[in-house]
Design a protein. Structure first.
Lengths: 493, 490
């Protein structure tokens, strides 16, 4: 049997660290990188008698997420204790939510693959739930001469655990979902998305079944994948391993596995038999979390336009392609930059063309330059207003695209405050005066009799060479369309 | 002086008849002479007490004294006290010096009360006799061969023996009221949420509540007023205006001060299992209540018998989780030799906890386990609601509920050592009040066989602690049971 006889089923559990300045149950700071155990309140180190107090900022972020994915934000949810012993879990239990999570249901539409047409498609992934919980500390096994060091700075950091339905059918879909979720939590400003620092971690539940089978296969959970590349590699390895195992007559046992980035393989961490009995029960130190409609309404009123809505608007109102609209809403920073550029470019007679022109520049020249310079769009040297000024001059034929790139270079290098200033200063204004272009054409024809002869003999290439000569003579400033038209008239006439 | 009510000590301090330092020294001296026999204190903080007393004297001199400024108190050793050993009666915390103060400790410090030290208790507040303490049993001042009750046995014995005029306690299933009854003093557990649990080492979080011990209701009212109040660091602390528990007490005495008060007597409190001597003393006290103008009416608490099984599922379940933090990693006892992490956990906890604590951790772990949770924990929560409904129905027919605090008087040391369930059953009248979150008070109401004190329990609706203190105070204005002292305090 081959790979194509199998269907892959994937569900993701993502831990998104919420970007509150203090911890979920204490006033200690959540800032990354402090000296070990410098950021701990009595409750974070589980001193006897210390009690948790819920950070409403963490709840507000959970509400924001629930609203963003069209989920039900539970009017009443319950914090529960998940009991197990580990040195970096100071209380001997983690405060989490179990039976009644704060966010229930919801969905996210993802675009799988790149480009247009058959190469890419949209898919909706359903979410099961999202719940609030606290992070554990860190166990440090190096530098302690065979002993273990415990750093509790991270203990009590707020997390939103986001659980999807097993709706994904390939590693590509899983990665597209993870990316969309990553973009969303940053978009609504609930998580900084820093994967190196562990702010966004994925666990993947993976199983395979024969095509057409109704029952799900037995799943194995791959823990703690902290990059999209590892997510893809781990799933691909795991899928092949499961198929090989079954085809060799084996059976999949439910288990938790770890991915080793060095070998690209997954390996067993614990089997179902070794699984903890977490003895969940409602935490008597915390009241049930009540979220009134007014609170939800206040949060909703402060929500930014969501990527889905923005994307639809770009397609429906501005005529962008699905690909362009997807690319421009890949992150809030890109979308904001693009929106600001279109807004600044203004409208007038050109209103219908500008959004597409702006899109081309943001996705083309700007993206390429940022990429080369390894800069984020948020610190682009060219501002949306500057780019808008440039696009407007191209749109109204003041300059050509080619000259536009020169102006862009000047803006990028800080050699001028605006496109207009640079065009004026460097005399880059496009020549549209027919008389002036006529004169240039005459000069070029007189100096290039050979090309004229070749064209007359039927060589179309020679025409392009002549256009190039005229453009060169104008130092790029002649309107290329006009040059074309006038030259053809002259040669044909 | 040692037997004076707090208001009298206050007057003497304000009149400079005695200084706070002299008062502290007087009671420290009593502790030094009596503690070797009674074992009521785990830690005596002589130096801290004298420093606090000097500060109190300065405050009194400035005319800025509050009701408790300069008054000696003691804290049950489960309240965290900054810079002072806080053991919870356990080997596990025998080396634990708290880096912070519990909310009630903070409040009493701010009030100028002078803490003399930390009192003995059942280990992690688990017990009804104060025999499970790592620091040894506390003796009943009325009869040194008997238990003082528990778990706040040290506080109760200390007040009864006048080693200190006031002491804090905690009550999860009767741990203030039962030792108050056994030791012949007054004790009150307020409504759940009235005192902050912040810094009170947790046994069963949904049942734990701080309480106050004094000779009389009037003394308790002063202490409780200073301890209680909203604390944003405890999510179950109730955000409501502070109550002045002493206001009602000032009203002038009259011949029928309890006219109009309807007292409900649950028939289940007077059923089988109640010792004759306790019944006799309680019924005589109820006659006195009637003589003061109150009427009594029989009420029912049909689900009372379910309180013990419900309590012994819920409390151990919460305890098994609350005590997980005592793992030898960050503070407290850690085994000296171990092979690996798991071995460290096992040895540390095996060595650090006593039998009763282990028993309850095992029960709690069992009832929360996969497959048993619904049958035990959820079922117990349902019973808890039934019991609360019973009290609601009973309190609809009366203003207060009254009955014996305990089925018997104090038993002999070691009498129940081999029968923990028998000891659990002795809390039948007090446990249910914690399950319902209601306030309860026990005051002395006579003596049983062998001259042992008997307590009468009053129970009110939520936030009725003022009414409980008021009723007890009127009773005490016309009786002298609360003025009787054991020989060691005579």
């Amino acid at each position: 049997m081959s790979r194509t006889d199998w269907e892959v089923v994937i569900g993701l559990e993502v831990h998104a660290q919420l970007n509150t300045s203090s911890k979920i149950f204490s006033a200690a700071s959540t800032a990354f990188g402090a000296a070990p155990n410098a950021q701990v309140a009595p409750v974070d180190i589980a001193l006897p008698g210390a009690l948790p107090v819920l950070n409403r900022g963490a709840v507000e972020r959970a509400i924001r997420f629930g609203l963003a994915i069209g989920a039900e934000v539970a009017p009443r949810s319950v914090f529960a204790r998940k009991n197990y012993f580990y040195p970096d879990l100071p209380k001997g239990y983690q405060i989490s939510q179990f039976e009644l999570p704060v966010v229930q249901g919801g969905e996210i539409t993802i675009r799988v693959g790149e480009g247009e047409g058959d190469k890419a498609y949209d898919k909706t992934v359903r979410l099961t739930r999202a719940h609030l919980e606290e992070d554990a500390g860190k166990s440090l096994h190096e530098d302690f001469h065979g002993m273990t060091g415990i750093d509790l700075n991270r203990a009590g950091t707020p997390l939103l655990e986001i659980v999807s339905e097993p709706d994904m059918r390939s590693s590509a879909e899983a990665v597209a979902y993870a990316r969309a979720l990553h973009a969303l939590v940053r978009w609504i400003d609930i998580c900084d998305g820093n994967m190196q620092e562990g702010s966004f971690r994925c666990d993947a539940n993976v199983s395979v079944r024969r095509k057409g089978a109704i029952e799900l296969g037995t799943r194995r959970e791959i823990k703690n994948l902290n990059s999209f590349r590892f997510l893809q590699q781990a799933i691909d390895f795991e899928v092949q391993w499961q198929i090989d195992t079954i085809e060799d007559g084996g059976r999949i046992q439910q288990a938790t596995v770890l991915f080793d980035p060095d070998t690209g393989e997954t390996r067993m961490m614990r089997s179902k038999e070794d699984a903890h009995d977490y003895r969940y029960f409602p935490d008597p130190d915390l009241l049930p979390l009540a979220i009134a409609d007014e609170w939800k309404a206040r949060v909703a009123a402060a929500m930014p336009e969501l990527p889905g809505a923005m994307k639809a608007r770009f397609i429906d109102d501005w005529g962008l392609s699905a690909y362009d609209a997807t690319t421009l809403t890949a992150s809030k920073e890109i979308a904001d930059f693009y929106q600001a550029t279109v807004d600044a470019a203004g409208g007038g007679a050109l209103a219908t063309q500008l959004p597409k022109l702006c899109a081309n520049w943001v996705m083309g020249e700007l993206a390429a330059r940022l990429n080369k310079a390894e800069r984020e769009i948020a610190d682009s040297p060219v501002s949306p207003a500057q780019l808008a000024g440039l696009v407007a001059r191209i749109g109204d034929n003041t300059i050509s695209n080619a000259i536009g790139r020169k102006v862009f270079d000047a803006l990028w290098n800080g050699e001028g405050a605006s496109a207009d200033e640079i065009i004026e200063r460097d005399g880059l204004k496009q020549v549209t005066d027919s008389g002036a272009i006529d004169a240039l054409i005459d000069e070029v024809l007189a100096a290039n009799q050979k090309s004229v002869d070749e064209f007359r003999a039927g060589k179309e290439k020679a025409f392009n060479a002549l256009v190039g000569q005229v453009m060169k003579a104008s130092r790029g400033k002649a309107n290329p369309a006009q040059v074309n038209e006038l030259l053809r008239a002259k040669l044909g006439g | 002086m040692i037997n004076a009510p707090i208001t009298e000590l206050r007057r003497a301090l304000d009149a400079r008849e005695v200084s706070a330092v002299e008062l502290a020294t007087l009671f420290l001296h009593r502790i030094e002479s009596l503690n070797p026999q009674l074992n009521a204190f785990i830690t005596v903080d002589r130096e801290g007490a004298l420093t606090a007393a000097r500060t109190a004297d300065e405050r009194i001199a400035r005319g800025e004294a509050g009701p408790l400024t300069g008054i000696p108190i003691a804290h049950k050793d489960l309240f965290c006290t900054e810079g002072v050993l806080t053991t919870c009666g356990s080997k596990m915390l025998s080396n634990f010096v708290s880096p912070y103060d519990a909310h009630i400790v903070e409040r009493l410090k701010a009030a100028g009360a002078v803490s003399l030290g930390k009192t003995n208790m059942d280990e992690f507040a688990m017990g009804s006799s104060n025999e499970s303490s790592f620091y040894g049993a506390v003796k009943n001042p009325w009869d040194m061969r008997r238990v003082p009750g528990g778990s706040s046995g040290g506080s109760a014995a200390a007040v009864a023996a006048r080693m200190v005029p006031l002491a804090t306690g905690s009550d999860t299933g009767g741990s203030v009221r039962q030792p108050a009854a056994f030791s012949g003093i007054t004790g009150i557990k307020p409504t759940y949420g009235v005192c902050s649990r912040y810094g009170m080492i947790a046994y069963a979080s949904s049942l734990d509540q701080a309480g106050a011990f004094g000779a009389s209701a009037a003394d308790c009212a002063l202490l409780l007023a200073a301890m209680s109040g909203f604390d944003e660091r405890d999510s179950t602390s109730l955000e409501r205006p502070a109550q002045d528990f002493t206001a009602a007490l000032a009203a002038p005495a009259s011949a029928k001060p309890l006219e109009g008060l309807r007292i409900g007597l649950p028939r289940e409190f007077f059923a089988e299992g109640l010792a004759d001597d306790v019944r006799g003393a309680v019924e005589a006290a109820l006659a006195q209540y009637r003589a003061l103008g109150a009427t009594t009416v029989e009420v029912g608490l049909p689900n009372l018998k379910l309180a013990i099984p419900a309590y012994y599922v819920i409390a151990p379940a919460e305890a098994s989780s609350n005590l997980s933090r005592f793992d030898g990693v960050r503070y407290g006892h850690r085994a000296a030799d171990y092979a690996d992490l798991n071995d460290m956990y096992c040895k540390t906890r095996a060595e650090g906890f006593g039998d009763e604590v282990k028993r309850r951790i095992l029960i709690g772990t069992y009832v929360l386990s996969h497959g048993y949770y619904d049958a035990y924990y959820l079922q117990a929560q349902r019973l808890r609601h039934l019991i609360a409904d019973d009290f609601r129905a009973a309190l609809a027919q009366c203003d207060l509920i009254a009955g014996p605090t305990t089925p018997t008087t104090a038993w002999a040391l070691g009498a129940m050592a081999d029968d923990p369930v028998q000891m659990y059953l002795s809390d039948i009248y007090t446990l249910a009040i914690n399950l319902a979150g209601l306030p309860g008070l026990s005051h002395p109401c006579g003596f049983g066989d062998g001259g042992l004190p008997v307590g009468l329990q009053l129970v009110g609706d939520h936030f009725a602690e003022g009414a409980l203190l008021d009723a007890a105070h009127r009773f005490q204005q016309h009786t002298d049971w609360h003025l009787r002292r054991p020989a060691c305090a005579a």
